[in-house]
Design a protein around this ligand. Structure first.
Ligand code: ADP
Ligand code: MG
Length: 185
């Protein structure tokens, strides 16, 4: 993929498919390293899924033969000298604290580093596609004074029942994120 924001979209779609009600996307950067952590409270993976999940020919879906979301993220990270880590607790074994965390680390100065791209569009796309799921988005880059924080639970509280996927709300989210990014240097 040409932009890491598309990988993020893909990884977060997995969380939604796993029936997560809350997904946190956290990007932390400094001048050398970028990390992405996607944490959800979905049903989690069985041990067998967890073992197979970085294999590009593994998927629990039946409509298409090849699952690629996680292998593509792994590839994008490894080609910079970084890598991924997955921790998952399946609901059968952990009925109260199930969920998945996927962490990826990238070395930004490597020639094969994929730029982050349009992460605002990815967030708006996620909210638009899944207005009933809560998303927390964080992006920090201390050297650039960047500290973006967005939480649909806070927006929902103010909106008192207005769905998040209405045009006005999506536009507001996009503008809010754009403004927060503009505050970094
Ligand atoms: N956040 C998650 N929670 C639970 N299961 C997951 C999660 N992410 C991935 N999986 C499991 O790993 C499989 C492979 O994921 P992925 O590589 O994105 O391929 P695909 O989504 O095309 O199946 C999924 O089919 C699903 O069974
Ligand atoms: Mg997927």
């Amino acid at each position: 993929m040409k932009e890491l924001s598309l990988n993020i979209l893909d990884i977060t779609e997995n969380s939604v498919k796993a029936k997560a009600t809350l997904v946190e996307i956290a990007i932390e950067e400094n001048d050398d390293i970028l990390t992405i952590a996607v944490t959800d409270n979905g049903i989690g993976m069985t041990e067998q899924t967890l073992l197979s999940v970085t294999n590009p020919f593994y998927t629990t879906r039946t409509t298409r033969k090849v699952g690629l979301g996680i292998p593509l993220l792994k590839f994008a990270a490894e080609q910079t000298g970084g890598g991924i880590e997955i921790v998952s607790k399946h609901v059968y074994k952990y009925p109260k604290e199930h969920g998945t965390r996927i962490f990826a680390k990238f070395f930004k100065k490597h020639i094969d580093f994929t730029p982050l791209g349009d992460v605002i569009s990815s967030i708006v796309t996620l909210v638009q596609g899944h207005p009933d799921v809560d998303f927390v988005f964080k992006h920090t880059h201390p050297q650039k004074n960047l500290s973006v924080l967005f939480d649909t639970r806070e927006v929902r509280e103010v909106l008192e029942g207005i769905p998040l996927d209405s045009f006005e709300i999506l536009t507001w989210i996009k503008d809010n994120l754009t403004e927060q990014y503009a505050q970094g240097q």
